[in-house]
Design a protein around this ligand. Structure first.
Ligand code: PEP
Ligand code: MN
Length: 449
């Protein structure tokens, strides 16, 4: 029997419209936007309520130190790069990092892509000026094009439909790769094939050999279970574009509860987490597990108020705080937050985003990050939680499966000059495949300590 939602729940899902919204595009034709969102409302869900529920249960384990979340992917996905090869490379990177973490730390790893919907970006200015020409800023492929022309930069609601269709093809590939044999742990060596012999890969080969031996042992002992052949991989993105997120919010016929069916996990960005704002309002009403980014100016009162608004029942696994303090600030700012949240008995899964507090501009003008600084923030995150007695529950990183040169450092020593070689991101710099593996080895050691 299908359960319907009471009228006040349906009314509540429209309440965000009465609140002033930050970071929304100025759509040139509101009627076209309305037609598009109506069409979106008729599209099938991309994920199911039961999947979001199982993720929530796993995030509750991460809050207890019984699992660890690995959330990774592009700063901004693009339509042009939503190709099978690029997607496979990203999935492989996340699987390899997970193998390192699982084996190194003997912990189940929750695998989550910043994928299949990460098409909209908050920006620090509404416009961009080049050589005297001012145009709307690029807000992600779901909104406008990156090319600096008036036509491309004008927000186009049709892009919301394309974002949906791209998300559907990406999630389809994720499901195919993770259930169709590619994620089989017996393939750990395959995942490494074709990579050059640098320290991170050599280290990975050693680990892959150990995993192989463990697998052979289990096979000989008669163990042959599905968990070794398939993995659950979840999708996530920043819930930024309210029209899109609201159109994808549906009532689950089993429970009568609203779920955002565009991804398993949604997060609210640092720029849109105002307590009385529409993003907090809309996400407070859906049953998915959700996250909030917390930057260095967050106070303990802010964190508690967000917990009250987003998780009034204090349910485990419902709320994740993704801290992005910066390596220079985390040891000073995070302790007070973690202590208060713990003292007040709030159930929160703590996750570290070591990317967004550590963005710099290189002398030649590239937006970049230093690998060592990124790693330092992760160390600070573990130190603080160990000091306070709270649990470091996961990692949120911007990465790609390809050999780009966007983040400085790492064992391949990407330098200022190398940045020019393969700098491909349209927004923030990503760890490349090899830097991602290095980070996984480093974090595995911290988890073991
Ligand atoms: C992001 O995750 O790409 C982002 C914009 O993060 P934040 O909201 O933390 O700045
Ligand atoms: Mn980013």
């Amino acid at each position: 029997m299908s359960i319907e939602a009471p009228p006040e729940v349906l009314d509540g899902l429209r309440h965000w419209r009465t609140l002033p919204a930050r970071q929304q595009p100025t759509w040139p034709d509101p009627e076209e936007l309305a037609r598009v969102t109506e069409e979106l409302q008729g599209y099938p869900p991309l994920v199911f309520a039961g999947e979001a529920d199982s993720l929530r249960a796993k995030l509750a384990m991460a809050a207890e130190g019984e699992a660890f979340l690995l959330q990774g992917g592009d700063c901004a996905e693009t339509f042009a790069e939503s190709t099978a090869d690029r997607i496979r490379n990203k999935i492989r990177t996340i699987l390899q990092m997970s193998a390192v973490l699982t084996y190194g730390a003997s912990l189940p790893v929750i695998k989550m892509g910043r994928m299949a919907g990460q098409f909209a970006k908050p920006r620090s200015a509404d416009t961009e000026t080049r050589e005297g020409v001012t145009l709307p800023v690029y807000r992600g492929d779901a909104v406008n094009g990156h090319a600096f022309t008036e036509q491309s930069r004008t927000p186009d609601p049709q892009r919301l439909l394309e974002a949906y269709h791209r998300s559907a093809t990406i999630i389809n590939l994720i499901r195919a790769f993770t259930y169709g044999g590619f994620a089989d742990l017996r393939e750990v060596h395959q995942w490494n094939r074709g990579f050059t012999a640098n320290p991170a890969y050599a280290r990975y080969e050693v680990l892959a050999n150990e995993i192989d031996r463990a697998m052979r042992f289990m096979r000989a002992a008669g163990v042959d279970f599905d968990a070794l052949r398939t993995v659950d991989m979840y999708t996530s993105h920043e819930a930024l574009l309210l029209d899109y997120e609201a159109a994808m919010t549906r009532i689950d016929s089993r429970s009568g509860h609203p779920y955002n069916t565009s991804a398993h996990f949604l997060w609210i960005g640092e720029r849109t987490r105002q307590l009385d704002g529409p993003h907090v309002d809309l996400l407070s009403r859906v049953h998915n597990p959700i996250g909030v980014k917390l930057g260095p100016t967050t106070t303990a009162d802010d964190a508690l108020a967000l917990a009250d608004a987003l998780n009034p029942e204090n349910e485990r696994g419902r709320l994740t705080f993704i801290t992005r303090m910066g390596a220079g600030r985390i040891r000073e700012v995070l302790p007070a937050l973690a202590e208060r949240v713990r003292a007040e008995g709030r159930n929160v899964t703590w996750v570290c985003d070591p990317m967004h507090g550590n963005t710099i501009t290189s002398p030649s003008g590239y937006k970049t990050r230093e690998f060592s600084t990124v790693i330092d923030e992760v160390h600070g995150f573990f130190e603080v939680h160990h000091g306070v007695g709270t649990v470091p529950g996961g990692l949120h990183v911007e990465l790609t499966g390809d050999d780009v040169t966007e983040v400085l450092g790492g064992s391949e020593h990407v330098d200022e000059e190398a940045l020019a070689r393969r700098y491909e991101t349209l927004v923030d710099p990503r760890l490349n495949h090899q830097q991602s593996l290095e980070m996984a080895f480093d974090v595995a050691e911290m988890l073991r300590d």
